[in-house]
Structures are given as structure tokens and as C-alpha cells.
Design a protein around this ligand. Structure first.
Ligand code: CP
Ligand code: NVA
Length: 339
């Protein structure tokens, strides 16, 4: 099975400016292609300037702003990345216990209406995307960032795009292979890749392919000849690719399915042999945390072609950029600037 979708160029018909003045980033789709470009350019600048410490021009950019971290699931990179981001931009962070804020104690809408009286932005990691939408709908002031849901992981995609840019330069026409579950990471990567003009090939076992809605959304935002190819053959996906990406076979919240998933995904492990089918200079990507010996062999993730800790580092720079843009400390592109 192989379905190719050459995505028509959305061009100036990009659907909307960054949503409601970028009040929410529940999805990469809340950014326009130009908004994504702006975020990546700012992240690269913040990365260059980080060594300046307190002398960096942005060291007080978010003074007076506060960020609430509400996490229903574990996290190292996303949570710590946001904490350091706020510290380095002069803002503050608060971490209300998730059982109090996201549990059964009170309505999510009431949590949102309370938090908006005190703070500027909430980064939320939870289960269904609909819970994030419920929070975002209840408030007009609070900025809301998706720090991972079952369906999407936009903050990860921002770091992935920065990493691709650093390694490949112009990513228009570059080929990225994704091998494994058509999950939250794959969905956000697909949205972002479409906006940047990447040719994405995803190989997943039957029943675990990227949702059709993700491909349809990618079509709406695609530029620069982006493609999405869905197949079930990892070799077909990887052949000649510039980079090979995988994620865990069992995401957080799916633990009860782990045995069945291990069986289904066994042929989808990224091994040295599979990497040998990719382009000569191809590198390996993973959002982390990783399970060596499951979705990836140790010699691949720990080898010279691995970009995983660049991705992890870039979580910080891209989250800083996103916060600055959403809180008005840096300008989004105007709609008129769309090419
Ligand atoms: N990649 C990622 O989101 O890592 P954490 O789960 O540690 O935040
Ligand atoms: N797909 C994984 C990503 C973790 C960062 C999960 O949702 O658990």
C-alpha cells in the first residue's frame, strides 16, 4: 500500500493569520506557514544569543509575564524547556498540581477563567485535544500552548523543523522518512513539514497510519511542493531520504496496548541496515524518550548520524521563540507578507 499526496501549494491562500493573534498554539495549524518561518528564525537568533546570558537583548523580554505548567503526563524536555525559557526571558513559572487543575475537582473552564486573572500563558500536557480546546474556549485572555496531547505535539515539531534547517539548510524538497506510529508527533511533524515544503514519507503498519484528517489538514497549509506519502514498507519510506524519524511504539496513555503494538511494530525498528537504505548523509531523529532495542537500535540512536540531542536542545530555543511571539514580545508576520 502506498498513497502519495502531492499537496497543492496553499500560497497566499494560507487560511488565516496566526490564530486570534496567536492566542493559542494547540496545533501547528494555529500558525500560518509565515508564522512558522518567523518562529524558526527567532529561535535560531535566540540560540545564537544564548551565550550572552543576562546581556542577551531578550533577557527581560517576558518580564511581568508568568507561565503555568499543567501536566497530566510525565515530561522532561517540554516541562524543563519551558521553565528555562521563562527564566531566560525574565518571566516566572508556576506549576499547579495537575490533579488540582486538570482533575475532577472543578470544570476546566473554571480553571481557565481563574488562571487568566493572574497569568499570561498556560502550557498544558493532557490526553484528548478536546480538553485543550475546552480550556482555550473558556478564556479570552489566557494564551494556551499544547505541550502534548494524544493527537498533537506542536512544540516538538518546532524543534524538529529547526533541527532540519540547521542540518539541511533550505528544507524545500528535502525528503524526510517517518517510520512507525502515525501518532501525535507524526501529526505535528506532518503539519509543519507541509508548511515548509518537505517531502514526507511515512511507513506505518496497518491500523497505525497517520489519520486521514492530518493529511487533509496538511493539504490546506502546504507550500513549496510539499508531499505526504503513506506506505507500509519502511524501506520504501527510507530509500534515499535525507533524514529518518521514529517515535515510541506505545505512547503515554496507551500502555494497555503495549503487547499488541510491540508485535505490529517489530518490522518497523530503525536499524543500521534500514539507515543504510537512506541517503548517504542521512541523519536520525527521535523526539525522545526512546526505547533502545524497540523502535531504534542503540547503534543508530547513539551513533554519529543521530540528531536527537540537537532536537532536544532545540526544544528550548523554539519554545522561547513561541512564548515571545504569543506574548507580543516579538512580531508575527503580517498576513500581507505571505508570498
Ligand atoms: N519529546 C518530549 O516531548 O519530551 P518530554 O516528554 O520529556 O517532554
Ligand atoms: N508519542 C509520544 C511522544 C512523547 C514525547 C507520547 O505521546 O508518549
Amino acid at each position: 500500500m502506498s498513497t502519495t499526496d502531492t499537496l497543492p501549494d496553499a500560497g497566499v491562500a494560507a487560511p488565516s493569520p496566526p490564530s486570534a493573534s496567536a492566542r493559542t498554539c494547540l496545533s501547528v495549524l494555529d500558525l500560518t506557514p509565515d508564522g512558522l518561518e518567523t518562529c524558526l528564525a527567532l529561535a535560531a537568533k535566540l540560540k545564537r544569543e544564548r551565550g550572552m546570558g543576562a546581556d542577551a537583548p531578550t533577557s527581560r523580554a517576558l518580564a511581568g509575564h508568568s507561565l503555568a505548567l499543567l501536566f497530566d503526563k510525565p515530561s522532561l524536555r517540554t516541562r524543563t524547556g519551558f521553565e528555562i525559557a521563562m527564566q531566560e526571558l525574565g518571566g516566572i513559572v508556576t506549576c499547579p498540581p495537575s490533579a488540582d487543575a486538570l482533575g475532577t475537582r472543578e470544570a476546566l473552564a473554571d480553571v481557565a477563567r481563574t488562571l487568566e486573572r493572574w497569568i499570561s500563558v498556560a502550557a498544558i500536557r493532557t490526553f484528548q485535544q478536546s480538553r485543550l480546546r475546552e480550556i482555550a474556549r473558556a478564556t479570552t485572555r489566557l494564551r494556551v500552548v499544547n505541550a502534548l496531547t494524544n493527537e498533537e505535539h506542536p512544540c516538538q515539531a518546532l524543534a524538529d523543523c529547526l533541527t532540519l534547517r540547521e542540518r539541511l539548510g533550505d528544507v524545500r524538497g528535502a525528503t524526510l522518512a517517518y517510520v512507525g506510529d502515525g501518532n501525535n508527533v507524526a501529526t505535528s511533524l506532518t503539519h509543519a513539514a507541509a508548511m515548509l515544503g518537505v517531502r514526507l514519507r511515512l511507513a506505518s503498519p496497518a491500523g497505525y497510519a497517520l489519520p486521514a484528517a492530518t493529511v487533509a489538514a496538511a493539504r490546506r497549509v502546504a507550500r513549496h511542493g510539499a508531499e505526504v506519502v503513506l506506505c507500509d514498507d519502511p524501506v520504501e519510506a527510507v530509500r534515499g531520504a535525507d533524514a529518518v524519524y521514529t517515535d515510541v511504539w506505545t505512547s503515554m496513555g496507551q500502555e494497555a496496548e503495549a503487547t499488541g503494538r510491540r508485535e505490529a511494530f517489530e518490522p518497523y525498528r530503525v536499524t543500521g541496515d534500514l539507515m543504510a537504505q537512506a541517503g548517504r548523509d542521512a541523519f536520525f531523529m527521535h523526539c525522545l524518550p526512546a526505547h533502545r532495542g524497540e523502535e531504534v537500535d542503540p547503534d543508530v540512536i547513539d551513533g554519529p548520524r543521530s540528531a536527537v540531542f540537537d532536537q532536544a536542545e532545540n526544544r528550548l530555543h523554539t519554545q522561547k521563540a513561541l512564548l515571545m511571539l504569543m506574548l507580543g514580545a516579538a512580531p508575527w508576520p503580517s498576513r500581507a507578507s505571505a508570498p
